[in-house]
Design a protein around this ligand. Structure first.
Ligand code: HEM
Length: 417
């Protein structure tokens, strides 16, 4: 269980939260999560109430059962995504030069009907058809990186391959300079490692991302190319052309999602394969099973949890939520709900129900899921086809970055040449 010394300060339990619904979970700083996030998430899925309150990180609710999350993800009238408190935003703007606007990742921080209007332009850009066109290029990149480490008999997977593929693919389709990929990754890493923090702090980081992209955005408006920014500039919302501010709001979200998420999925999947030589052998013998394996890996190792705010006082699974309280929807824990998935900690290629929530549910379901699936599948195909059986280096255990997006920081692999 948790080791309180390094965890965040605790806030007092509010009067409306009964003892039975309090569970000790620090999503950002828990040593048990850092050692083995998948095992700790499974433990919580098994032992915590379907909706619980934790005193860490300012005190917040966590919704974790599969049915409760399915309901909450669709119930935007109670579980609002517009979770920047208006008063905080106004207080911040009052201290900034006139004309300053809040950078707001869009459409993820909007509720319908605004959400629906702002999500529409992204759908054709990330459609399965548009993403399939990228597969040949993704494969070339995967081959180059895997062949690059093959002879050495070992590699640190995350830096050598896991962060390279999604970052490079994303910067190319986005039209941002590849030479700056390390700076860009650092910015996103800082953003995701920070705990809930203040609006002021998070605005500073989002503003830096928007500033990095500013010149590219303006340049593509004047001189469109064959990239995602140029395609987005052609879009309209309610018939009006997009403004530079709209573009910045879209692009900070795509920047964070594009530069970080998929590498975590790759890390979880590759660690699992490295621990299971029999699965590697089965997939090498029958590569067509990789599609199914990819889905079951995504279920077992969900890694994105999201934040909502209670829009009013209401009841959920016996918990009384008060207006303004913060709620984490833990899609990873929902995937490990024993009432939904038999023996949920087990990777089961033959599992009948693989309808997981790794990409979320309801109106905000991930727009990038087709791209993510192609990148993951292509990586597994090329690693299994090109490397001999690989395993974890027993002297260098995997450690996890924790927070809303959880994934291995480093995975040291070994194989015999
Ligand atoms: C395996 C990789 C990925 C995972 C697990 C993942 C997960 C998620 C989840 C759980 C949500 C739902 C958020 C909510 O309920 O509020 C989401 C939304 C979103 N994702 Fe992903 N994502 C991945 C990759 C990507 C990529 C590669 C992109 C684009 C480059 C992307 C773009 C988005 C966008 C734009 C949204 C917001 C959709 C909306 O608010 O309507 N994601 N993602």
């Amino acid at each position: 269980m948790s080791e309180a010394a390094t965890m965040s300060a605790l806030v007092p339990q509010p009067a409306h939260v009964p003892d039975a619904l309090v569970y000790d979970f620090d999503m950002y700083h828990e040593p048990a999560m850092e050692r083995d996030a998948p095992a700790r998430l499974l433990e919580i899925a098994r032992e915590a109430p379907p909706v619980f309150w934790t005193p860490h990180n300012g005190g917040h609710w966590v919704v974790k059962s599969y049915p409760a999350i399915m309901k909450a993800a669709r119930d935007w009238e109670n579980f609002s995504s517009e979770h920047i408190p208006r008063e905080e935003a106004e207080a911040l703007l009052a201290n900034l030069p006139a004309g300053t606007v809040i950078v707001q990742p869009v459409p993820i921080l909007l509720d319908p009907p605004d959400h629906t209007r702002f999500r529409l332009p992204l759908q054709p850009v990330f459609s399965p058809k548009a993403m399939m066109k990228l597969q040949a290029h993704i494969r070339e990149l995967a081959i180059e990186l895997v062949e690059g480490v093959k002879q050495q008999g070992h590699c640190e997977f995350v830096s050598a391959i896991g962060e390279r593929i999604p970052t490079q693919v994303f910067l190319e389709i986005f039209g941002l300079p590849l030479e700056r990929q390390d700076d860009f990754r650092k910015l996103v890493e800082e953003h995701l490692s920070d705990d809930f923090g203040t609006l002021d702090n998070s605005q500073r980081k989002l503003r830096r991302m928007a500033d990095i992209m500013h010149d590219t955005l303006v340049e593509r408006r004047e001189n469109p190319r064959d990239d995602l920014i140029s395609v987005l500039w052609q879009s309209t919302v309610d018939g009006r052309p997009l403004t530079l501010e709209d573009m910045q709001n879209y692009c900070v979200l795509l920047f964070i999602a594009g530069l970080d998420t998929v590498m975590n999925g790759m890390g979880h999947g590759v660690r699992h394969l490295a621990m299971h030589p029999e699965l590697q052998a089965q997939l090498r013998a029958n590569p067509r099973l990789i599609v199914e394996a990819n889905e079951e890996l995504l279920r077992r190792y969900g890694f994105v949890a999201v934040i909502r705010r209670a829009a009013r006082d209401f009841e959920c699974e016996g918990a009384q939520l008060k207006r303004g309280e913060r709620v984490s929807l833990s899609y990873p824990m929902a995937n490990l709900d024993p009432a939904e998935f038999a023996d949920p900690g087990r990777f089961d290629l033959g599992r009948e129900n693989k309808v997981h929530l790794t990409f979320g549910g309801g109106p905000h379901r991930c727009v990038g899921s087709h791209l993510a699936r192609i990148e993951l599948q292509t990586l597994y195909e090329e690693m299994l086809a090109r490397l001999p059986a690989f395993r974890l280096d027993p002297d260098r255990p995997v450690r996890y970055r924790c927070g809303p997006v959880t994934g291995p920081r480093e995975i040291h692999l070994l194989w015999d040449n």
